[in-house]
Design a protein. Structure first.
Length: 225
């Protein structure tokens, strides 16, 4: 049992170290990505609500039109023309453009997926830390080995390794949602800029699909995810 305990500890230490490095990388990238994405979200959120500047400009135009009409009537030679006292027309109901709604949906979903990846990475680190600490409390080789095997089987039964593998996938989804919103956003600004933006995004997307599918089609492929 002592030999089993040493071999199991070496196995666990290697896998836990690799998993911890992966989760640390996810937390670092998710934090930087969420910070950068928040700037885009704050800017795009303004397109979903009426702008105070546009409201002010609208009423100023209405006032200018009324003043122009009053001036025309005062200068008219017809004294029977009365000066109307109608107030400016109310501001039309604001309706955001469909493209603005789509962009905000893409970017908010991207932010949610990014933060979810960070949250899941923290939980995985806690689960692994507890896994390593529980059975290391015991010094008797038999007790440690039996408890380690029990915890290992429980981890596999509750699909903890699958959840850990899903953390990077959440970041992948977040990135592509951001790209989709970015393309939609730029298409409404300038088609030339959009064309130059879509090209590298498309190349990156094709390369991602290729590296994801190549291990399935070619087992000897070095692109193992």
């Amino acid at each position: 049992w002592s030999l089993y305990g040493r071999e199991a500890k070496n196995y666990d230490d290697t896998h836990v170290k690799s998993l911890k490095e992966d989760m640390d990388g996810v937390l670092t990238y998710a934090g930087l990505f969420a910070t950068a994405l928040s700037a885009f979200v704050v800017n795009s959120l303004q397109s979903l609500q009426p702008s105070p500047a546009q409201e002010t400009a609208y009423y100023m135009q209405q006032n200018v039109a009324i003043l122009a009409q009053i001036s025309k009537q005062i200068s008219s030679i017809a004294p029977q023309v009365t000066i109307p006292s109608t107030p400016p027309l109310p501001l039309p109901t604001f309706t955001p453009r469909p493209s603005d709604v789509r962009v905000n949906v893409f970017w908010f979903m991207s932010l949610i997926f990014s933060l979810s990846a960070a949250l899941l990475a923290i939980l995985v680190q806690q689960w692994v830390r507890n896994y390593m600490h529980v059975f290391q409390r015991y010094h008797h080789p038999l007790k440690r080995s039996r408890l380690r095997q029990y915890l290992h089987e429980r981890f596999a039964r509750w699909h903890i390794p699958v959840l850990a593998d899903a953390v990077p996938a959440l970041l992948h989804v977040s990135i592509f949602l951001f790209f989709a919103g970015l393309v939609d956003f730029i298409l409404n600004l300038n088609t030339t800029v959009a064309a130059y933006t879509i090209t590298p995004i498309g190349i990156s997307g094709l390369f991602y699909v290729f590296t994801t599918l190549s291990p399935v089609l070619y087992p000897q492929s070095p692109y193992q995810n």
